[in-house]
Design a protein. Sequence first.
Length: 101
Amino acid sequence: MVFYINKQAVEIKARFENAPLTSANEVCSALGMLYKIYNLPFPGKREMVSEMKADFFAAAGGVPAPSAFAAKITTLLDGYYKDEPVKDEVYDLMKYCYEEQ
């Protein structure tokens, strides 16, 4: 997997009105970016994407988004409903996006 491409896909989708996240790769990319933007510590791995999303929203604690970009990514993340397992490679992608944000 080319990690940069997944991160770039999220950045591009954040520029459009109706460009939803379409995979666990994009969701975990978005999560990594958001954890860094919100200055949150990198989270532990969970079994399912829905658990990772829930952990982020709990950690963010309803704090207003620090930027319009963060708000848009949060909206994209909130709109993703497909639940998938978080494989090791996808978790590594999330870590890459956290470190590169």
